[in-house]
Design a protein around this ligand. Structure first.
Ligand code: MG
Length: 263
């Protein structure tokens, strides 16, 4: 440590020079922090929702409780989504089949809330089964399914319980609430990319929180969801998000507050 006060006045300039040299020497030894400071691109300003779970300013609201204008039937994509909207809640109509967004997406953040009815009956996969296809790749159940099911106290195969990537990835925890209570999925989805010849360039990845608890941590998917057999990829581009009308006879489940932020 240099002590300038110790130098005679006439040598002050020399002392300052020595101090500067010493400072430069110290920077050279430690590195210049400015070399790693980046000032662009500046992230866009996003105003968060008033409460946790409310749509932020740049979100596309897919369902706000009023109508299904952003959705359509999967069976016939020219037809409206035939599920029930009442009291701000969307309830599955099993006879109408799956519904999907009119808009297609690649990578995104998705917020969606769901509720198993309090009077749910059945067991295993036949108890409040639905699902969120993070990319719908065709009619029926084509795509990549994040399972929705009553898994509060309902054993089934663990790669098929709520929060699983169906038949691929077991959730890291069971954070389910009781039937009758609203539950929240927050999802980050990275769509797969394909080469011109149809081979996989980069696989799909997903991170899922249920009720604030991490269930899937950047899980790399092996392919599209299959009920029977091993998953594999088939080339596709931007895709709708699809909700499942599962054929089991249990009481239909409900959704609310659905919004997405493409990235
Ligand atoms: Mg399902």
């Amino acid at each position: 440590m240099l002590r300038i006060a110790c130098y005679p006045k006439k040598n002050m300039m020399l002392a300052v020079l020595m101090l500067l040299t010493a400072t430069q020497w110290t920077l050279a030894q430690k590195g210049d922090p400015k070399l790693t400071e980046v000032y662009s691109p500046v992230p866009p300003v996003v105003t968060p929702g008033k409460s946790c779970g409310d749509a932020p300013s740049d979100a596309i609201v897919l369902f706000d409780g009023s109508n299904l204008d952003k959705w359509r039937s999967v069976k016939d994509t020219m037809q409206a989504a035939g599920w029930t909207v009442k009291d701000g809640i969307l309830t599955v109509n099993k006879s109408a089949g799956n519904i999907e967004t009119k808009q297609s997406f690649m990578d995104y953040q998705l917020h969606i809330e769901w509720r198993i009815p309090e009077n749910i009956t059945g067991s295993g996969q036949a108890r409040g089964n639905s699902g969120i296809f993070l990319a719908s790749t065709g009619a029926g159940d084509g795509g990549y399914e994040l399972q929705v099911l009553d898994s509060y106290n309902n054993p089934t195969y663990v790669n098929g319980q709520a929060g699983s990537i169906y038949k691929q990835s077991i959730p890291l925890a069971n954070a389910n609430r009781k039937p009758g209570e609203w539950q929240v999925y927050d999802i980050a989805w990275s769509a797969p990319r394909f080469n011109d010849d149809g081979s996989v360039k980069t696989p799909a990845k997903v991170t899922v929180f249920l009720n604030g608890v991490l269930l899937q941590n950047n899980y790399e998917l092996k392919g599209q969801t299959l009920y029977i057999g091993q998953p594999f990829y088939k080339k596709h581009g931007a895709s709708p998000i699809k909700l499942q009308a599962h054929g089991d006879p249990s009481e239909p489940i409900s959704y609310r507050n659905i919004w997405v932020r493409p990235s």
